[in-house]
Ligand binder design. Structure first.
Ligand code: DGY
Length: 426
């Protein structure tokens, strides 16, 4: 257990406690008042640095919202909060056949599956008590990954059915696919996010109309994965989901090893995803990219998700020159979008800003694959951003301006688990 008491470590722990609603952690009060899937997994990892029991509990609460069909939703609406839109009533998942009765209210889509990876890290941190908790969680994690492969991975890579599913809401990756949606029939709504945060830092109204249109589209189909896959104009295979699932399968395989569970099904998933990832390779940009499965077109987007290939466990140096160029183009790495592209916007959410969580998983992956200098550069930049600008949701790669929500859970979590000098990670 850590004994470091540096002021930033102490502040990070304070933020996790502050955002702790009892068994689950909100990303930040106001802007995001519920339990988000991958935010929560990062929160668990952060808690595990000083309270391992609370770390496990975070993941256990997340998994308690798992649907009968295996999906772990992107939001669990534990307690109503009028300060967020769209809430449970808009998602309308109550009677979704895939959900099953008696479960916590939730959204109808998922998010990058990092839960198995962080469960495995928590187990490694303290294997004694961790073994029983890992064992209890193992079947749910298997079902979650099985659902992803069956419901989202028909192309080999893993597809999103909504931009929120990738976690990179307004990334330029989906611009072409989003332009194909005519958002007719969207019920009148009031955005709440722009009441909490400068609108310049958030997605546009055009984006929001389509986000809500896609929610209505899923709801009208009872959140039936097959119907959505067959009929939706929006289906984009994405490097975030593909590489986080690939990595989560590798970590779940390690867990299966210590638990004495069979590994052949997981081996099959890993091989399938490795082959599928190649469909995201863009020879023109020299990076992994997103592919619109409706048009077949690659997006031509060089993003921070492009560099998750190493977190996914690929021994692949092809995108190294582009990584170097992107890092050299930004004062603080890793920008979420290529600063050399006209669509780059240093403050608008996933169209340029630096995100600590992406830096952590990209950086850890790089370090594991021997890209030590790049990994250290990204870690040092993340530490500097936080030390100079606080625990913001994201930061400008140009001058470090803190953006989005403040006192942010996952920024605090990755500080403790990776960026802090006391973390010893990566
Ligand atoms: C939001 O509300 O901005 C979230 O990213 C949706 O998941």
């Amino acid at each position: 257990m850590r004994t470091d008491t540096s002021p930033l470590d102490a502040e990070a722990r304070r933020i996790l406690r502050l955002n702790d609603k009892g068994g689950y952690t909100v990303p930040t009060a106001g802007l995001y008042p519920y339990q988000w899937n991958w935010d929560s997994a990062f929160a668990g990892l952060g808690f595990a640095c000083f309270d391992i029991d609370r770390g496990w509990r975070e993941l256990e609460t997340l998994m308690s919202g798992q649907w009968e069909n295996g999906m772990v939703p992107h939001i669990l609406f534990h307690r109503p909060d009028p300060g967020y839109f769209p809430g449970a009533d808009v998602w309308g998942t109550e009677d979704a056949p895939g959900k099953g009765a008696g479960r916590v209210q939730s959204s109808g889509i998922s998010q990058p599956p990092v839960a198995a990876s962080f469960a495995w890290r928590m187990y490694q941190r303290d294997p004694g008590p961790g073994l029983a908790r890992l064992r209890a969680m193992f079947p749910g994690l298997m079902a979650f990954h099985r659902w992803f492969i069956a419901a989202r991975a028909e192309s080999g890579a893993v597809a999103i059915t909504h931009p929120w599913e990738a976690g990179r809401d307004n990334a330029p990756d989906w611009d072409a696919a989003m332009a194909g949606i005519t958002p007719e029939g969207v019920a009148p709504y009031t955005r709440r996010d722009t009441g909490h945060v400068n609108p310049r830092m958030r997605p546009t109204k055009e984006d929001y109309d389509r986000y809500i249109w896609l929610v209505q589209f899923g709801r009208e189909r009872g959140w039936d994965d097959a119907a959505i896959a067959a009929e939706s104009p929006f289906r984009v295979a994405d490097p975030t989901l593909t590489f986080t699932l690939m990595r989560a399968c590798r970590d779940l395989r390690l867990a299966a090893g210590v638990l004495g569970e069979a590994t052949s099904e997981i081996d099959g998933w890993i091989a399938y995803l490795e082959e599928g990832a190649e469909t995201l390779w863009n020879a023109e940009t020299g990076t992994y990219d997103s592919r619109d499965l409706c048009s077949g077109q690659l997006a031509g987007s060089v993003s921070n998700a492009s560099f998750l290939c190493w977190w996914g466990g690929l021994e692949d140096r092809r995108s190294l020159p582009v990584l170097e160029r992107v890092l050299d183009a930004a004062r603080y790495g890793l920008p979420s979008f290529d600063p050399g592209d006209p669509k780059f916007d240093p403050l608008r959410y996933w169209r340029g800003p630096v995100w600590g969580v992406m830096n952590m998983i990209a950086g850890v992956g790089m370090a594991e694959q021997g890209l030590t200098a790049q990994a250290e550069r990204i870690r040092a930049d993340t530490a500097r951003l936080i030390a100079e600008n606080g625990f913001a949701e994201y930061f400008s790669p140009e001058d470090g301006t803190p953006a989005g929500g403040a006192t942010f859970t996952w920024t605090a979590a990755i500080w403790l688990a990776w960026a802090s000098p006391s973390a010893g990670e990566g």
